[in-house]
Design a protein around this ligand. Structure first.
Ligand SMILES: Nc1ncnc2c1ncn2[C@@H]1O[C@H](COP(=O)(O)OP(=O)(O)OP(=O)(O)O)[C@@H](O)[C@H]1O
Ligand SMILES: [Mg+2]
Length: 238
């Protein structure tokens, strides 16, 4: 049996109304398997970030549904959704979104503190997460004292410290030079391979998208193309 982690069923997302109405997603179907690394690509305005926000439970579709581990988001309370997100979904953004006044350690500790994890456990897990992204030696640095690639690695540590089942990344290399971007993608890829983490990577960069097992192209809110460069037929036909 294929193990589907997250499914989008006939999702449409409209913003605005009347003459200003924009259909950001238009009847989208998508199933993502546990452990899969899916890249979403497509031109600006094609609905990539809107899709990621639906997968994160940060936004809801106008029609259709999102199903995570068998639970329909439309039937989950806001509290249940918040807890699900906090415990199981890590998110990485183009502009890092680190708090400038906090050190790397403090930034990475934030999601655990929000979840009420005991202090001693927080310290252990933060150290492990920073080591995983090779940033242990910059633990006491604030974002302003780090390079772009280092800031993104800290942001990845913050996303991974909760041991998420799903990592969502929206243009995580958009602000990095190509070498740093490659390092960040290698890190995400190897983490996914080693831990079975499911990854959805949004990027307009085809070289970055090629890190995925499967690449989906959006245009005007629809999936217009799907390729699976290096994957078995089981996943391809799922
Ligand atoms: N909050 C919003 N209010 C109104 N329109 C929105 C909103 N968010 C997105 N849109 C519109 O929905 C469409 C899809 O936007 P989205 O941000 O998903 O595109 P994208 O593929 O991520 O683009 P980019 O590559 O530029 O980040 C666009 O036409 C955009 O203008
Ligand atoms: Mg976007």
């Amino acid at each position: 049996m294929t193990d589907i982690l997250i499914k989008i069923e006939d999702a449409t997302k409209d913003f605005g109304s009347g003459a200003n109405k924009v259909r950001a997603l238009d009847g989208l179907h998508l199933a993502i398997l546990r452990g899969e690394f899916v890249s979403i690509t497509g031109p600006s305005g094609s609905g990539k970030s809107t899709l990621l926000n639906l997968l994160a439970g940060l936004d809801t579709p106008t029609s259709g549904d999102v199903i995570i581990e068998g639970s329909r988001l439309s039937t989950m309370s806001d509290d249940a959704l918040t807890i699900f997100r906090r415990r199981h979904v890590g998110i990485v953004f183009q502009f890092f979104n680190l708090l400038p006044t906090l050190t790397a350690v403090e930034n990475v500790a934030l999601p655990l503190r929000a979840d009420g994890v005991p202090r001693r456990e927080i310290v252990e897990r933060v150290v492990r997460a920073l080591d995983l992204v090779s940033m242990g030696h910059r633990a006491g640095h604030r974002p302003g004292e780090l390079s772009g690639g280092e800031m993104q690695r800290v942001a990845i540590a913050r996303a991974l410290v909760i041991d998420p089942v799903l990592l969502l990344a929206d243009e995580p290399t958009g602000n990095l030079d190509s070498k740093m971007g490659q390092d960040v993608l290698e890190l995400i890829k190897s983490t996914s391979e080693q831990t079975g983490l499911t990854v959805v990577l949004v990027t307009h960069d085809l070289r970055a998208a090629a890190y995925g097992d499967r690449m989906i192209t959006l245009r005007d809110g629809r999936a217009v193309d799907e390729v699976s460069p290096h994957i078995s037929s089981t996943v391809k036909n799922a």
